[in-house]
Design a protein around this ligand. Structure first.
Ligand SMILES: [Cu+2]
Length: 345
């Protein structure tokens, strides 16, 4: 794989995009967290619970945008667009996992408060499905998550061979690439509005990536990290396909070269993004539970992407989601029941 070009891609974007931290933080008023919704693995949910979740996601796509971001038409697009605009400042930084925690929680809140969903944001524990010893297996893409039914997430995209221009990182082994034709998010019911590739939802399963990147051993490696700084670095590792990292399992195992999930900026255009990041968040939560006193009060890692010798984030470092939610400090985001956040696993 071409590590240099992936790095260049990241580095070039860093230079041209606006900063993530707002100049004048607007701290949220403290509110209480009563009856936090419990987040479940998709397959732990009953059929009616699954159905109500899918209905709520489709409801968001029919509810008018509030982000004020051009080309974001509906409330589903809003979350994708905010992620897209902040992409160069929220990956390979100390606040990566906490920023994404905030995005997923804000999406969950919208589903509940605007679309009548009663449960917690589901997650997909892909480590249950990966087959590290059988890298080319397609059987590891579970039909009880990625199934064809109207209340499932749908499967692979139509087979499309990417051109060299479309595949600058030369990722091999893609099996899809085109539109997803089954599940809840088919072109007649769901459109990706935002980003450079508007149209149908696309997937491009890459079995060797999925089977090696979603390896349960890598989850354990993460859970064994001694402090937040090493946790934050281990969850992303390095931007290359040569070193498996669990964050890449959902993005490149499912999205590959041409799929929506494989696009760094616009991966939240696939509703599955929130189940993938829900699982990463659950792993952070699980790690925190091992020593709450310390791990509700500790952050670290670079302010600027991959600037490991530079300035580190602190507990009062502030992140925002534009018009979607108030600004929040990392200290507030460490606690899933701080009042700014309100959910549990
Ligand atoms: Cu992201």
């Amino acid at each position: 794989m071409n590590n240099t070009s992936l790095f260049m891609l990241v580095a070039c974007c860093l230079a041209i995009w606006p900063a993530v931290v707002s100049a004048a933080p607007r701290p949220r008023p403290a509110s209480e967290c009563r009856n936090p919704p419990q987040r479940l693995e998709w397959r732990q949910m009953s059929e009616p619970e699954q159905n109500s979740y899918i209905d709520a996601v489709l409801c968001l796509t029919m509810t008018e945008s509030i982000s004020g971001i051009a080309r974001a038409i509906n409330r589903f697009d809003d979350h994708q667009a905010v992620h897209s605009l902040q992409t160069p400042n929220i990956h390979w930084v100390g606040h990566f996992i906490l920023w994404h925690r905030y995005l997923v929680a804000t999406y969950e809140k919208a589903l509940r408060e605007e679309c009548g969903y009663k449960g917690g944001q589901p997650y997909w524990d892909w480590s249950l499905d990966a087959r590290p010893d059988d890298p080319t297996s397609m059987a590891s893409f579970p039909v009880d998550v990625l199934g064809p039914g109207k209340y499932s997430f749908g499967g692979n995209g139509d087979p499309v061979v990417p051109t060299p221009v479309q595949n600058p990182l030369n990722l091999t082994g893609g099996t899809g690439g085109g539109c997803v034709r089954d599940g809840a998010f088919t072109p007649d019911r769901f459109v990706v509005n935002y980003g450079p590739d508007p149209g149908c939802l696309k997937r491009d399963f890459v079995p060797w990536i999925f089977n090696s990147f979603a390896d349960p051993k890598l989850v354990q490696e993460l859970l064994d990290q001694p402090d937040y700084t090493s946790f934050a670095r281990t969850i992303e590792k390095v931007p290359t396909f040569d070193t498996p990292n669990i964050h890449g399992s959902g993005h490149f195992g499912v999205g590959g070269v041409l799929g929506t999930m494989g696009n760094a900026e616009n991966s939240p255009g696939d509703p599955l993004f929130y189940l993938h990041h829900g699982n990463l968040d659950r792993i952070l939560w699980t790690w925190q539970q091992q020593d709450l006193e310390t791990r509700l009060n500790q952050v670290g890692g670079p302010v600027l992407p991959m600037d490991y010798g530079g300035q580190n984030v602190t507990l009062d470092f502030t992140v925002g989601l534009g018009e979607l939610a108030g600004d929040a400090t990392l200290k507030q985001l460490l606690d899933t029941q701080s009042g700014v956040l309100c959910y549990t696993y």
